[in-house]
Ligand binder design. Structure first.
Ligand code: BGC
Length: 338
């Protein structure tokens, strides 16, 4: 079932509901506003952070629930070269450009159409030169809910060679924000992670997770790791690192034992920025709750941040005539006997 509610001007809230899950999304930034799910006892909680007051989505940083584009994460010094031309992007995070610039996709109103009772398609044409990026980018995101699984399917084409790296920036807390994420168990199928500098920019150094706080190949409590005495964790103020997958599906699992809730993320993308909400600053969120560091975890599936500087054949280049086509799904399960 799909229900539409007007917020203001062209901004709507779209509720997609079935017996297992209710998700609320907006055409503002293709934002995931709510995910309402049961626990083992049948109690319903919202397992993503968000705001009650829509203005907060428009004015605050943190990208809560937002689709991030054209390019997620950082581009070194907001400058890159493509086909012999130099491009300059807005600098909005230390010396670097973050999450598509000042008015990236997270802050745009998308057109949308309801496709059927389970899915909605968002559409946005980003002008040639918008936020410094070359090419007119024709972008579509289809969000669909099948049973307990929400899938986000992204497509884009461009008039000129350009960069693209789309992610969703939801902040998950499977307790329904009754506690922070220290008691959440995390599993990430990744043998390697990318090191970052003090500004959060990947340095190009890739490390083996073995013997480090980054080895989540077996379930571990986030709270047992995040404050460890580890130089990379100190630089990120917690986890804020690209983890490079070693499997092609079900790459990230998150479990909250008390409620029996489990999230499984499966993606066509090769890695995810695992971010333990280190920069949440006590701001007011939904239901009158305040959000602090470690109140959630973001699992930002994407290509390598700053690939344009770090990779020989940057995975974030989209050539004119080619199609960007990536998919990430989020399965919200209740496990009866945990
Ligand atoms: C970044 C963080 C940043 C957060 C919110 C994450 O993707 O890696 O450093 O604080 O997004 O903008």
């Amino acid at each position: 079932m799909i229900k539409i509610e007007k917020v203001e001007n062209n901004i709507d809230l779209i509720t997609i509901k079935n017996d297992e899950l209710e998700v609320v999304v907006s055409n503002y930034g293709c934002t995931l506003v709510k995910v309402l799910m049961k626990d083992q006892a049948g109690n319903v909680d919202d397992v993503v952070l968000g705001y009650d007051d829509f203005k907060s989505y428009q004015t605050l940083d943190a990208y809560i629930g937002a689709l991030v584009g054209r390019v997620a994460n950082r581009i070194k010094k907001g400058t890159f070269e493509l086909n012999g031309q130099t491009y300059h992007l807005p600098i909005n995070n230390g010396p670097n450009s973050l999450h598509g610039g000042i008015k990236g996709f997270s802050y745009q109103v998308f057109d949308y159409q309801v496709l059927d009772e389970t899915s909605v398609e968002f559409h946005y044409v980003s002008k040639d030169g918008e936020e410094g990026y070359p090419g007119e980018l024709d972008f579509k995101a289809i969000y669909s809910l099948e049973g307990d699984t929400l899938t986000m399917h992204y497509h884009a084409t461009t008039s000129k060679d350009t960069l693209i790296n789309i992610t969703n920036h939801s902040y998950f807390n499977l307790s329904g924000k009754k506690e922070n994420v220290y008691q959440h168990l995390l599993k990430v199928h990744a043998d390697r992670f990318a090191c970052i500098d003090p500004d959060g920019l990947p340095t190009g150094e890739i490390k083996d997770v073995k013997g480090t706080s980054f080895d989540f190949n077996e379930f571990a409590y986030i709270g047992d790791r995040v404050d460890n005495d580890d130089e990379q964790l100190q630089l990120g103020k917690g986890f804020d690192h690209p983890m490079i997958f070693n499997t092609k599906e079900n790459q990230v699992e998150l479990v909250h034992e008390k409620t029996g809730r489990k999230l499984t993320v499966s993606t066509t993308l090769p890695q995810a920025q695992i971010y333990t909400a280190n920069y949440l600053d006590g701001r007011l969120g939904k239901y009158g709750q305040h959000y602090n560091a470690r109140d959630a975890i973001c699992i930002e599936t994407q290509n390598m941040p700053d690939a344009i500087h770090l990779e020989e054949n940057p995975s974030t280049i989209l050539k004119a005539g080619d199609t960007y086509d990536e998919k990430t799904s989020y399965k919200f399960e209740v496990i009866k006997n945990l």
